[in-house]
Design a protein around this ligand. Sequence first.
Ligand code: 18C
Length: 247
Amino acid sequence: AEHTRDEVELPPPAVDNRLTVHTLWPEIDRISTEQIQAAFEGVGGQIGWQLFAEEGDMRMYRREVEVDGMVMDPLKAMHKVRGVSAREMCHYFFNPRYRYEWETTLENMNIVEAISSDAIVFHQTFKRIWPASQRDALFWSHVRSAPQHTYAVTNHSTTNERYPANSGACIRLIVTVCLACRSEWPPGQQPSRDNITTSIAYCSTVNPGGWAPAGVLRAVYKREYPKFLKRFTSYVLEQCRDKPLLL
Ligand code: 18C
């Protein structure tokens, strides 16, 4: 029963019709396509990527970008996980039911609009970092499949009249995130927990939305991004243990 319940909520293999008739669809489709393509492009070709964290198969790169003194460093992380599928990884990243269990920067999460089985608009508030103001974000989240056993979740900031920016104690940050996952197994074999490997590419650009001390901000993300990716991948491994592999 446990297995069937999860299965009906897995990311669908094709785009949900309810999403394609929504006003956000053209933007969601365009940005998701761009993000997924960029996620799998290496960091070798492009100049300026600096490695800042490395542990096992995980590598994290950033590019130092400042606009009017505000840090907006793009981040790109690569990782490899054995024993879980791309679809499972994206299921746990996309589905709000699990978010508080792995997302340590979160203070509060609200569903603003449940568009379809593969698209949701979220409002989130994050933990405050002294001495900066607390941040919140309003973003759509979309999960989709792509060729070569790939699934990806794209999160991108949007607006909503019911959630105006900078109206309370929070400063609205602007975020674009993509978690793209691709599974492989030895040719000629049936995929299983024992032989599947999933490559992860996680890209993130966060505009802090208002003043934040550059040194504090860079120190925070250098600590928080590796913590997030390690915690999230071990969370998914733990959730999938002893369950049938879902491709
Ligand atoms: O992708 C991730 N999570 C998704 C689901 O929640 C979603 C979230 C995107 C928002 C990311 C921005 C988070 C900002 C958090 C600020 C406060 C952190 C407090 C931590 C202290 C305990 O896509 C995983 C996201 C992993 C986030 C890593 C941290 C990134 C920090 C970026 C800088 C934030 C600038 C504003 C704060 C100013 C501080 C001086």
